[in-house]
Design a protein around this ligand. Structure first.
Ligand code: PBG
Length: 334
């Protein structure tokens, strides 16, 4: 007898871990395809798949190449795609292309909703793909992003996407008061079913680098940053205030972004508000993991699934992730 007291330890924690059936029985969190939102980069043209070096496996696609992807996403049980456009022509200071009814995004939305009506489609509410300077809004002479002027354009963008039939509009711009302004405009125009997923706590993060490569906006942005509208990574109470405001203004869902470095924020938001809460495992997180997978330094399947499960444990209802398709395929096999 190794233990001095024969009744110690009263509960051997490893007893339940020993067998697969008991591990399954006591499992607290489960990831399913229902939890996944797949972000995709769309570009003009046809028959093209352009890899982004910093985001292996998350290429830019022309609409015809996106269609089979959307079909597979639907088959795999992924509830929604999120569209991010690569805009090469028509960028200006006022992001006029952002609300062109014949622009890339509205065209893609129309086609997706026509072919796959049950597949949720979300668009990004922000002007950075459309501005020459790569900021998410219109700027003054000093480069400051003007809040209300930007919001006025976001309203036009939201109405343009709603008209095209988008299911969810996701403002990722971090302007003050934009959720209320967009909600009001949607209601007035009769788009009462268009949902809003507010990027409520969006941090001014270094982890967006590969995304800006994918969009081709990093060159436009240059050395400038987004600190005067995106949040300071040091703050968490401020995130609570942002979420509270967005909910009061009519957000149906809220988001924390980036994901893995901000799991504490997800937990605080979920515990505080108990509303549909989403997380964005952003491009830099994906790039980091992919690089390690490609080097053989981390096991791809295990670490991908572990990273996604972490979001569920933190309280997220769903995850925007570039791994969505791979994860859903794996979940199907299990
Ligand atoms: C732009 C936008 C960004 C992301 C989503 N929408 C980048 C930024 O704010 O510069 C980042 C997504 C990612 O890194 O995967 N409003």
């Amino acid at each position: 007898m190794i233990f001095a007291n024969r009744y110690f330890p009263a509960t051997r924690m490893r007893r339940m871990r020993k067998d697969a059936f008991s591990r399954r029985l006591m499992r607290e969190n489960v990831l399913t395809a229902n939890d996944l939102i797949y972000p995709v980069f769309v570009m003009e043209g046809s028959n093209q798949v352009v890899e982004v070096p910093s985001m292996p496996g998350a290429p830019r696609l022309t609409l015809d190449k996106l269609l089979p992807v959307a079909e597979e996403a639907l088959e795999l049980g992924i509830p929604m795609l999120s569209l991010f456009p690569v805009i090469t022509e028509g960028k200006d200071n006022e992001a006029r292309e952002a609300y062109n009814p014949d622009g890339l995004v509205p065209r893609v939305v129309r086609e997706l909703k026509k072919r796959f009506p049950e597949l949720g489609v979300m668009t990004d509410g922000a002007l950075d793909p459309y501005t020459v300077h790569g900021q998410d809004g219109v700027i003054d002479a000093s480069g400051y992003v003007l809040n209300d002027e930007t919001t006025a354009i976001l309203i036009k963008q939201a109405l343009c996407h709603a008209e095209a039939g988008v299911d969810v509009f996701g403002p990722s711009d971090m302007m003050d008061g934009r959720i209320g302004a967009i909600r009001e405009a949607l209601e007035e125009e009769g788009y009462i079913h268009t949902k809003i997923l507010a990027y409520s706590a969006k941090y001014s993060s270094g982890f967006y680098g590969p995304f800006r490569d994918a969009l081709g906006s990093s060159g436009n942005l240059g050395k400038a940053n987004k600190d005067n509208y995106q949040m300071d990574p040091a703050n968490i109470d401020e995130a609570i205030q942002e979420v509270a405001q967005d909910l009061e203004e009519g957000a149906d869902m809220v988001m924390i972004k980036p994901g893995m470095p901000y799991l504490d924020v997800i937990r605080r938001v979920k515990d505080t508000f108990r509303v549909p809460t989403f997380a964005y495992q952003v491009s830099g997180e994906y790039a980091m993991l992919k690089a390690a997978f490609q080097n053989g330094w981390l096991n791809e399947e295990k670490c991908m699934m572990e990273s996604l499960l972490a979001f569920k444990r933190a309280g997220a209802d769903g995850i925007l992730t570039y791994f969505a398709m791979d994860a859903a395929r794996l979940l199907r096999q299990r």
